[in-house]
Design a protein around this ligand. Structure first.
Ligand SMILES: NC(=O)c1ccc[n+]([C@@H]2O[C@H](COP(=O)([O-])OP(=O)(O)OC[C@H]3O[C@@H](n4cnc5c(N)ncnc54)[C@H](OP(=O)(O)O)[C@@H]3O)[C@@H](O)[C@H]2O)c1
Length: 243
């Protein structure tokens, strides 16, 4: 081959390599190993909707769900091709990770409806019991601690309490903020599930603080000193005496 043919070919190859490396650099990171998670969202309200947006931005594949999935079409279209709509059953079936973000009073029924689909899966659950909204079961959950109460409603799931104490407005306004990030408290009994939850907290633009097993979730329940506050990881750890 003449030198005239070789040079353009080399230039083309070099440009292709550069473009590829740029693509890889610019791709949103989702997992340390570069792969993306399949996440089913049950309850795409203020918290579920905000997380859908943040996780779609990180490149994860989502089924966002509603009992009226057609109402989520506009959101799914806005978030991109990797986001589809479905029913709660379809979302739970789709996800290797399932986010459950429903009013606490709906948790017993959601747990029963989805039990066969979430057994063995990583489930992040955000609910807080409020008697005024959720009835008497909220008193029981508060007395028991929401971590243990949720585990009873979602048996078999590899449960992590997550995003329970950050207000939805702060979830949107503080994600990926410059400087020290806002922390999200996590509690769970399954080490791998906690590792997945940590990754998803970071992909959403926050720092994760693992507070302890599910029994310790009560340390950041409604009424605790850290509930509803946007704290850094250092502040959260100090306030909870984790250092
Ligand atoms: N808002 C906050 O700042 C905040 C912060 C931390 C934690 N939390 C807790 O997180 C949970 C979700 O809060 P949110 O503010 O996102 O609530 P939300 O805006 O009311 O959204 C809850 C979603 O749950 C779905 N849902 C309700 N009943 C259901 C059922 N029986 N089966 C299946 N899905 C059902 C609804 O979807 P469809 O009607 O479309 O089916 C709704 O979109 C609550 O327990 C809340 O206490 C809230």
């Amino acid at each position: 081959m003449s030198r005239h043919h070789v040079e353009p070919t080399r230039r083309l190859l070099w440009r292709a390599a550069l473009a590829l490396s740029l693509c890889i650099t610019l791709l949103p990171s989702a997992r340390a190993d570069g792969t993306h998670l399949r996440i089913g969202i049950v309850g795409t309200g203020r918290i579920g909707g905000a997380l859908a947006e943040l996780w779609a931005g990180a490149g994860h594949q989502l089924v966002i769900s509603s009992r009226h999935p057609e109402r989520l079409e506009a959101l799914a279209n806005r978030l991109g091709a990797q986001v589809r709509t479905g029913t709660p059953v379809q979302a739970a079936a789709f996800g290797e990770v399932v986010l459950v973000s429903v009013p606490y009073g709906a948790l017993p029924q959601v747990g029963r409806d989805l039990a066969h689909l979430i057994t063995g899966k990583v489930v992040l659950e955000t609910g807080n019991p409020f008697p005024g909204r959720d009835g008497d079961m909220a008193h029981l959950a508060r007395a028991k601690g929401a971590g243990l109460a949720s585990a009873a409603y979602l048996p078999g799931a590899r449960l992590v309490r997550a995003f329970t104490s950050i207000p939805h407005q702060r979830l949107r306004s503080e994600a990926h903020r410059a400087g020290e990030r806002v922390a999200v408290a996590l509690a769970g009994d399954d080490r791998d599930a906690l590792a997945t939850a940590r990754r998803l907290v970071e992909d959403a633009g926050f720092d994760a603080v693992i507070v302890g097993p599910l029994a310790d979730a009560r340390k950041f329940d409604v009424g605790s000193e850290v509930f509803g506050r946007a704290m850094t990881a250092a502040e959260l750890r100090r306030t909870l005496g984790l250092d």
